[in-house]
Design a protein around this ligand. Sequence first.
Ligand SMILES: C[S@@+](CC[C@H](N)C(=O)[O-])C[C@H]1O[C@@H](n2cnc3c(N)ncnc32)[C@H](O)[C@@H]1O
Length: 446
Amino acid sequence: MELFAGAGGMSLGLKRAGFEVVQAYDSWAPAVEVYRRNLGPHIWQADLKDIFHVGPMITALAPDIICGGPPCQDFSSAGERIEGERAALTRAFAMLVCIARPSWFLMENVPRAAQSQAWADARAMLVKAGYGLTESKLDASFYGVPQIRKRLFVVGRLGEADGFLESALAAARTDRPMTVRDMLGDALGDAFYSHPRMPGKRGVWSTEEPAPTMRGSSRRPMPPSYQPHPGDAAILERGAFFTRPYHTGRGVRTIDEPAPVIVRTSRERPRPKDLAMPHPADAMHPSQAAVLSQTHVSRIQGFPGNWDWSAANSRDTDQMIANAVPAALAEAIGRVIRAREAGESIPEIQGRFGQWLRQRGFSKPAVRNAKSRVNRARRLLLGRTFGDAAAEQASLETVDGFASLSVAIRSDLRAALRLYAEWRGDPPKAKRKPKVDASNHEMIAA
Ligand SMILES: C[S@@+](CC[C@H](N)C(=O)[O-])C[C@H]1O[C@@H](n2cnc3c(N)ncnc32)[C@H](O)[C@@H]1O
């Protein structure tokens, strides 16, 4: 189930990760139509503030997971940051999760949302309803997206200990950020076209090898057979592109970098002031750099080149593109969730557990043993962590394979999990202090 589905970036990624999206909701007619044309008829136009109406519908569908990116304008650095009705939709997301109680939920928002009153209230409701939370700020460029886009992702699972998916999300990162050249290379089948200077010379070059020297003649348009995405040749040849700078930031980047975060105005041409006062670190003068097309920004956001935007006007399309969760990022998170659901991954032992044991007089080999027993117990528990230590012990007794272990091993595994739970109990509980203030409670009560 996806709430606030927009044009479908997140749904697309989750589908690629193997999810079946049974129902999606958004209140904006053009977004609903774009979603429908590309992903299917399972989207409904509905105002998600109307919890009396939507709550029972969602509950009846009994989803395994509820996903969604509630509007972020009230939190985002570009907005005015007054928490109003749009921020309240973060609370609506949490309320709908609490009403339907799926095993999992996934919420996306801008990083600043983490400090908002709306999220503090939403979080308190979700914790009270029994969800363990992983709150991670992820940069899309390390998850298959050629764009530096940092976003808050909260993954919740009923009964888990907080932080249960953090290490798995970190492990899914790529070693280096994806660049625009990586994306363009893919589009051209890992090759790019440079018009040959002499008959019989090569026109297609691998993105892995040094480019041919660029001369006037190599700027000729590509022959039709090399045009899966019109406009790619210009970017490849110029080697740099312009995006509307944010405040006093850079406007021109090379294609060997990720793009900056895509916003509604990213593809606008340089203004007179951008041309008159280029940023000192710009890769070239803005007048020389390629300007991105709407298809480019759509692809940088992870939509396929043939995504059908025809249901929306150009301005709305720019807004929907900017709003989206890049599909590759949603896909990566979706795969991490599915692997844990299937018991194929276990959380890494966190931080200072070893040090904590050493302070309690454990020798180095005893620390190693304790850690490997925690891991073994976790594998038996199919990767589950438990917010409640007693529930964890009880669950261990019933999992496949535990009863057949020797008495000594069973006792070691119980003891290791107890120790880990004891260690976790101290610092993480303190982190969970609800960030609510009385004035806001009055607002909710009203
Ligand atoms: C950040 S966008 C979501 C983008 C989407 N996750 C994607 O990947 O394409 C937020 C969406 O919330 C929708 N929205 C805003 N207010 C709403 C409401 N009251 N009920 C339902 N949807 C709403 C907007 O139309 C917008 O499409």
